[in-house]
Design a protein around this ligand. Structure first.
Ligand code: ADP
Length: 482
């Protein structure tokens, strides 16, 4: 089976969130399962200097962007057997310090930048030395692919098309652009209608993906159901409902080769279920390094996140203002909305001995926080899959989550099964519910035997990518057989 993936991010080369982790692992584990995999992604600034293995090739690709022709050069990198990444170089579009924007502002030419990437993906689909059976596109940046493919078929410029699968990692990001930019897509006027990619007179990339792909998927079964409702459908619930027979969810996996507690270059100590002492040492070290009082018996709560409304940050702050009057500590690593960053810093000022806020992006520190904490907070309003709760489970850090999307699918609450409980789930999206979640965490912490059982079950939970990759292979087979 030959699969070509398209994504605007891939870890470790480029990452703003879970998408990057997911596509990197998908490529790797599909390859390990014997699938021939390619991935098309931009060559962002600094990658050539950082990764010697990225090789310049003689392949250049010219594509139309409105009335202009733009040229890409292809670079190649092979992270593992069966898996090749095709990096698309375009100095003006991609040699920038951000992926989608800088200083909380999107780049003004994002429509052009990602239509260009998608056109290159289309050309490569038919020009590679191997023939993809299916092109699997991820999120809005490459979601115009199926529409472009369809038009190319209608024009007769290509034959024997691959099937297409569009995976939605977060429906809240749709790639909405003014109608004045429609001509950049070089699509027939018939695509820009409410039945196609038009969304209230704007061009909507993700909607085009949903309408024109052979199949649509999301990153958890619960989210696949939620997005059919007005509450979570972000205005596309009707369009999705029309595709509901070709829509399903597959929970992301964890790349345990990266996210583990025994062979991890970011951690100072190694630990596992049977030798848990290293976890307490990590806690002590983190408290020391962050300047928190070194108190092994005080429960440490943590969060690593983009600071955006979706993640429930303001509710968490309200709840913490109450719970921090009790004995606990809280660490946050994150960045995003300046207002939320400021609110977190205010909280730190109010509780200097109990709160540490690190504004920034730091992969090493994120592993250390996962390992050091007793509890991990994830009060997201919605969460397509969520990765940090999965990492937390493996690190023996009990997740306290709002029961939405992938959080609902991956954490087991005592109310569902006392013998299987791995975390705490709350159902209302209110600060009172978050507070109650924190108090339930504190209650678990007070009973060492209960804490031990939660940790054991959490650490034993298996979200390995082998399983996720197998689920995608089955889905690919199904799509290919139709
Ligand atoms: P989303 O994709 O919505 O941001 P996920 O939970 O799916 O949320 O994935 C977030 C990923 O980004 C995780 O790997 C998380 O550790 C990482 N991450 C988020 N913020 C930071 C940060 N400030 N520093 C390091 N890693 C971060």
């Amino acid at each position: 089976m030959n699969i070509l993936l398209g994504s605007s991010e891939i870890q470790p080369f480029s990452k703003t969130g879970g998408l990057a982790d997911m596509v990197a692992a998908l490529g790797k584990y599909l390859g390990e399962a014997g699938v021939h995999v390619g991935m098309v992604t931009p060559l962002y600034r600094g990658l050539l200097e950082q990764y010697e293995g990225i090789q310049r090739t003689e392949r250049t690709i010219d594509v139309s962007l409105g009335a202009r022709i733009e040229r890409a050069r292809i670079y190649e990198f092979q992270p593992s057997e069966n898996f090749t990444i095709y990096f698309v170089e375009h100095v003006h579009f991609f040699q920038r310090s951000g992926i989608y924007g800088e200083h909380s502002h999107d780049y003004a030419d994002n429509a052009e930048r990602f239509l260009f990437l998608t056109r290159v993906l289309l050309k490569l689909t038919f020009e590679l030395s191997w023939k993809p059976d299916l092109v699997h596109i991820h999120d809005w940046p490459v979601a115009m692919f199926p529409a472009m493919l369809r038009q190319a078929l209608a024009e007769g410029t290509v034959t024997e098309p691959p099937k297409t699968l569009c995976t939605i990692h977060n429906l809240a990001y749709q790639g909405l652009f003014p109608a004045s930019q429609v001509s950049l897509a070089n699509l027939d006027a018939s695509y820009f209608t409410p039945a196609g990619m038009e969304f209230y007179e704007k061009m909507n990339f993700l909607k085009a993906g949903i309408v024109y792909a052979d199949y649509v998927s999301t990153v958890s079964p619960a989210y696949a159901a939620e997005i059919l409702t007005p509450e979570f459908g972000c205005g596309l619930e009707g369009v999705l409902a029309e595709r509901k027979d070709e829509l399903s969810g597959i929970l992301n996996g964890v790349d345990y080769a990266e996210w583990n507690t025994t062979k991890n270059k970011f951690l100072n100590f190694s630990y596992n279920i049977d030798r848990i002492a290293g976890k307490a040492k990590e806690k002590k070290q983190l408290q020391k390094d962050l300047g928190l009082p070194v108190e092994p018996k005080v429960p440490l709560f943590g969060m690593i996140s983009r600071l955006v409304e979706q993640k429930g940050v303001s509710l968490l702050i309200e709840a913490l203002q109450q719970s921090l009057n009790h004995s606990m500590q809280f660490v946050l690593l994150g960045s995003g909305d300046p207002e939320l960053e400021g609110m977190m810093q205010d909280l730190q000022e109010r509780f200097p001995d109990r709160v540490k806020v690190k504004i920034g992006y730091d992969v090493g520190l994120s592993h250390r926080i996962e390992a050091a904490c007793d509890f991990y907070m994830m009060p997201s309003r919605f969460e397509p899959c969520g990765l940090n709760q999965l990492y937390s489970l493996r690190y023996g850090t009990i997740p306290i989550v709002h029961a939405a999307g992938g959080l609902r699918d991956s954490v087991i609450d005592e109310a569902e099964s006392t013998e299987k409980a791995t975390g705490v789930k709350f159902h209302d999206f209110t600060s009172a519910a978050v507070l109650e979640g924190i108090y339930r965490g504190m209650a678990i912490y007070k009973k060492p035997a209960s804490l031990r059982s939660y940790r054991r079950r959490a650490m034993e939970a298996d979200f390995s990518w082998e399983r996720t990759a197998q689920a995608y292979i089955e889905l690919y087979r199904k799509i290919l057989s139709e």
